[in-house]
Write a protein that binds this ligand. Structure first.
Ligand SMILES: [Zn+2]
Length: 312
């Protein structure tokens, strides 16, 4: 399917799964704005890719759809590369403003998921219902709870483009993290999908993967996936654990000693919590073995018994 056309004042830096996509807006005053900045490990690459795209324009604003490590990991490096906090402002979903400015790693997700991020401060919290200037257009900020309770989506009614973060991908959506912690959120995800349907976007720029215009089909797939998770929450929990292990593997170009990987798994607070909640009878090492087996069967990892490598 051909790529949908985007307004000329927007550019999408499509990344992979470790780093979310960045959406760059070219403003009327010659400056630029970026939405989401990738994972901290890729921060130098993110700075370089943006420099190439901006051609000397000043990056004045960084906006985050939500504060998962793969969406805000380049904030600090980009801000530093563009004149620091005085010249380049960071704006985050309103619900995360206090946690960010206190750099509260317990309230943010980084410690629980044993993922990394570089600290930054934000000057503004974006509330649902407010307007965000991007690419010389006013975008509506819409609440997108489910995957993340504070997440926002940005919608430009004039062009029909929706920046969905991890609320909707072409094939699915992000793990519904609150559910892993025992907080109901499948209903919130359903409402978010309904909100997207009501906006009738012409094109969606997702947090991961290419922009797409067959939005109805994507919503249909997402609803089916959500129905399956609601019917079997253990299936969702298994999926969440696999995603977290895979995300960790993706950070390593070289194979990891199996014992070190197992230790990382045991030390990640969210994984221990999920294990206790969903598989109270199963020891954590057995959950690790099952999860790694599943990744290997899916071609997403290779395990020779001593070391484990990312694959696929
Ligand atoms: Zn996310």
């Amino acid at each position: 399917m051909p790529q949908p056309t985007l307004p000329p004042t927007l550019a999408v830096l499509e990344r992979g799964w470790l780093s979310a996509n960045s959406v760059v807006g070219f403003e009327a005053d010659g400056s630029a704005t970026v939405v989401d900045t990738g994972y901290v490990q890729h921060a130098p690459q993110t700075v370089a890719l943006l420099a190439e795209l901006l051609q000397g324009r000043a990056l004045r604003r960084i906006v985050n759809t939500h504060l998962h490590s793969d969406h805000c990991g380049g904030n600090a490096a980009l801000q530093a590369a563009h004149g620091g906090p005085q010249a380049c402002a960071i704006e985050v979903p309103a619900g995360e403003l206090d946690a960010v400015n206190a750099w509260d790693e317990d309230a943010l997700s980084f410690r629980a998921t044993a993922q990394r991020a570089a600290a930054f401060r934000a000057v503004r919290g974006i509330a649902a219902g407010s307007t965000v200037l991007l690419g010389a257009r006013p975008w509506q900020a819409h609440a997108a709870p489910g995957h993340d309770p504070h997440a926002l989506m940005l919608f430009d009614p004039a062009s029909g483009v929706l920046i969905s973060g991890d609320a909707l991908w072409q094939d699915g959506f992000g793990v519904i993290f609150p559910e892993l912690r025992g907080e109901p959120a499948f209903g919130a995800q359903r409402d978010t999908l309904q909100r997207i349907a009501a906006l009738r976007p012409r094109c969606v720029i997702p947090g991961h993967g290419a922009a797409f215009s067959d939005v109805d089909a994507a919503l249909q797939r997402a609803r089916q996936r959500l129905d399956a998770f609601v019917a079997d929450p253990l299936r969702h929990a298994r999926h969440g654990v696999r995603v977290l292990l895979k995300f960790h593997l993706m950070q390593h170009a070289e194979a990891l000693p199996r014992a070190a990987l197992r230790q990382w798994f045991a030390d990640a607070p969210l994984l221990a919590e999920v294990a206790r909640r969903f598989w109270p009878q199963q020891a954590l090492p057995a959950l690790f073995d099952d999860t790694l087996d599943a990744l290997c069967r899916a071609g997403a990892a290779r395990d020779d018994g001593l070391s484990v490598a990312n694959a696929g």
